[in-house]
Design a protein around this ligand. Sequence first.
Ligand code: NAD
Length: 504
Amino acid sequence: MTGSLLTECKNLIDGEWCSSSNGKNSDVINPATGENIARIPYSSKEDVHSAIDAARKAFDDGGWRKSPVSERSAILMRLADLIEHDRDRLARLETINTGKSIKQSSNYDLPYLVDNIRFLAGAARNIEGKAMGEYVDEGTSAIRREPIGVVGVITPWNYPLMMVVWRAVPALLMGNTVVLKPASYTPLTTLEFGKLAQIAGIPRGVLNIITGPGPEIGEEMARNSQVDMIAFTGSEEVGRKLSSYGSASLKKISLELGGKAPFVVFKDARLPAAVEGAVVGGLVNNGQDCANSTRYYIHEDMVDEFESKLIEKLKEVKIGNPLDHGTDMGPLISSAHRKRVEDYIKLGMEEGGLLKHGGFEPKIEGCEGGFFISPTVIRTENEESRIVKEEIFGPVYTILSFTDYDDAIRRCNDVIYGLGASVWTSDMNKALHAVRDLRFGTVWVNEHVVVPSEMPWAGYKHSGHGASLSSYSLEEFTNIKHVYFDVSGAVRKKWYYQVFGSER
Ligand code: NAD
């Protein structure tokens, strides 16, 4: 199906493309067919050390760190141009490696992440802080934003290239050097990013990429005292482990973790808009988006109508070969992940849910080995069911009814996650109350999933801390330094009486 030869990939360490030092490799699979499409280095601890040493040296040498931000920005702008120029090739590669539809890769992911880079590269030149000023009567103070040092970036498989942009690009722009580890399922566009970054002019050692087993490489990066910060996007479980590995060296750990987004439809909502929004909110990225709507709280007077209209629309969604432009939805990332989603569906029914739609593995011609699953709708009134509380990360709609505003908001907030939530209503006062009361990093009103480059993407509670996109993501990769200039010129300053001399 791919028509591509098996690709042999290498690590990028100190500007050189190299195999793993132990000679081991692992396979990369196309989730739409189950075919091997590439071999990647199964890197060892020595490789991690080499990558960290290269990043440390590049940081300590100071060329990148001390370069004017305009130069770093220009390099990243060039990289955005190169990615844009290669958009079709990269979109196809992303689709072959993740199973997301080609129309999403080429018309959404690629143009969006190019825009993310351009925004960040521009905003990096416009970082603001307190004005230099006199805060005590004999001195002038200023703030500097400085790079943190060597940043270990660990990314997930659902948006491989976009997550590299969200985490590695702001780190680089602010003068840090980077060791980047992509998810083993989806390293291919990350390695292409490395090639294009070299062409754009990123100096050797400033960006290093290693592939291999997450638990070993990630743990080594988090424990290593030569790494100053970990920027992790992935599951809550691994985020928690990284926090504990990093605690011995007290490094900064920035975490962007899972979600369990509620989708609340009040009685005064425009039902057709809410139904279309639900189809997209639940299925974008084949239902493997941390922002996917998953818990549908629908006012009790309209829950049956919402459910039947949703199912009608879901029947229109075309599941198929993700490389076909007519396909709406491709496979899940792996056979193991599909089993996990299916286990949740079974569990939902054991815990009192009713299967209203889907729940099967569709057979796709030409993609018989793929990990497809149909969009699935479960109706439940068991608020304590694990399908209501835990992240499934698949195209599973859980529909529940609510009685009034307080009931809906309380149940929305009653999960460990706090990434995104949406409310659907034509009453602006109610919307504004919900915006205030929902404990989530993003709240959409009459929409779900949209995040412009200029706005922060950040979690509450177990969805993590820190921010992606916006100028907040640039600040995330800086230390803040206070610089104080004495302006009195005095030998004995007024406050020295505290140590010697008399108080005036
Ligand atoms: P994951 O946590 O399994 O893996 C993420 C990365 O961590 C991979 O590179 C993996 O190799 C590595 N890893 C695995 N075990 C590790 C360990 N013990 N120590 C260090 N690193 C380790 O997550 P995933 O399955 O790749 O991605 C899906 C998860 O990511 C979901 O929970 C989703 O909600 C979350 N996500 C969050 C955001 C966000 O912006 N908040 C964005 C995308 C995905």
